[in-house]
Write a protein that binds this ligand. Structure first.
Ligand code: F6P
Length: 326
């Protein structure tokens, strides 16, 4: 039986659809197992300022379908300093919180890892980011919904691309990961994806032109992952304008609309399973692990692995896109 009596829960970094489903799952699973739960507002900032309230089961009613996060979120600079983390630790003691569940991406889990090490606090991470860039889990909370948002947008853009015989560069999020761009391209039937993982290996624009744009098609959609490594959609549109002046080029940057909206069934189920598993882990006295899902099984991934290792992009997906876009 675990030693933890009261769990604090927070969301941190970029919001992702399904975070609320995860908050609900952690809260209800904790109460079911006889633990108290405290909701910490605005990520690590709330841990520093003490913006915390006790959560009962009713506090998480009617939220499974909501995008964003009812706990709010922030990227907290102060928590990156030892002084900020010391204040956070003191708040935890004052509030009687003896374990933390952190829902967020790699920056948030890095914060949890350092905090756990420095103050010997049990921390459990849940992968909550649309970017899908955490090692040790097949998908992250929010990724599926964001992918579906991209599809909806690209389907609409295709109507215009086809009607005008245009080449569209559509920029999607992902920070330095190409999962949204590559799988978004496959699922929307786009002609190519430009992703950071291959930006130093090949000139992806040259490949796309060489591989036959205009041999069989009058319009095309290329999905570009935002990243300093790719240079983004504007960069490629400019290049085409200069290097291939015959093309009628347009750019759409999907931006933050990819982060909003009601979570898909996949994300709600994923968040519910991971949230319940976070409490199982706490009851087993696990600490400093991210809960992931691999081959439909719950796995515990040490923070160091989840954060430090790069999650690889499957070459097979690149080939599928190339073969099917002729
Ligand atoms: O990590 C999620 C994410 O949406 C990235 O894809 C993107 O680069 C970043 O957050 C944008 O952050 P912000 O909302 O702070 O501009």
């Amino acid at each position: 039986m675990g030693t933890v009596k009261c769990v604090g829960i927070l969301t941190s970094g970029g919001d992702a659809p399904g975070m609320n489903a995860a908050i609900r799952a952690v809260t209800r699973a904790a109460i079911y197992n006889g633990l108290r739960v405290k909701g910490i507002y605005r990520g690590y900032r709330g841990l520093i300022t003490g913006e915390i309230i006790e959560f009962k089961s009713q506090n998480v009613s009617n939220i499974i379908q909501l995008g964003g996060t009812i706990l709010k979120t922030a990227r907290c600079k102060e928590f990156t300093t030892p002084e900020g983390r010391q204040t956070a630790y003191e708040t935890m003691q004052k509030e009687g919180i003896d374990a933390l569940v952190v829902i967020g991406g790699d920056g948030s889990l890095t914060g949890a890892r350092i905090f756990a090490q420095e103050h010997n606090v049990p921390c459990i991470g849940l992968p909550g980011t649309i970017d899908n860039d955490l090692y040790g889990t097949d998908t992250t909370i929010g990724y599926d919904t964001a992918l579906n948002t991209i599809l909806e947008a690209v389907d609409k853009i295709r109507d215009t691309a086809t009607s005008h015989d245009r080449l569209f560069f559509v920029e999607v999020m992902g920070r330095d990961a190409g999962f949204l761009a590559l799988n978004g391209a496959i699922a929307s039937g786009a002609e190519a994806a430009i992703i950071p993982e291959f930006s130093t290996e090949v000139d992806q624009l040259e490949e796309f032109i060489k591989n036959g744009f205009r041999k069989t098609k009058n319009s095309s959609i290329v999905i570009v992952a935002e990243s300093e490594l790719t240079g983004g959609a504007m960069h490629y549109a400019e290049r085409v304008k200069n290097e291939y002046p015959g093309y009628d080029v347009r750019v759409t940057i999907l931006g933050h609309l990819q982060r909003g909206g009601s979570p898909s069934a996949h994300d709600r189920i994923l968040a519910s399973r991971l949230g319940a598993a976070a409490i199982d882990a706490i009851m087993e006295d696990q600490r400093n692990v991210m809960i992931g899902i691999e081959n439909d099984e719950i796995v515990y991934v040490p923070f160091t692995k989840a954060i430090k290792n790069d999650k690889p992009i499957k070459k097979e997906l690149v080939n599928v896109l190339r073969e099917l876009s002729i």
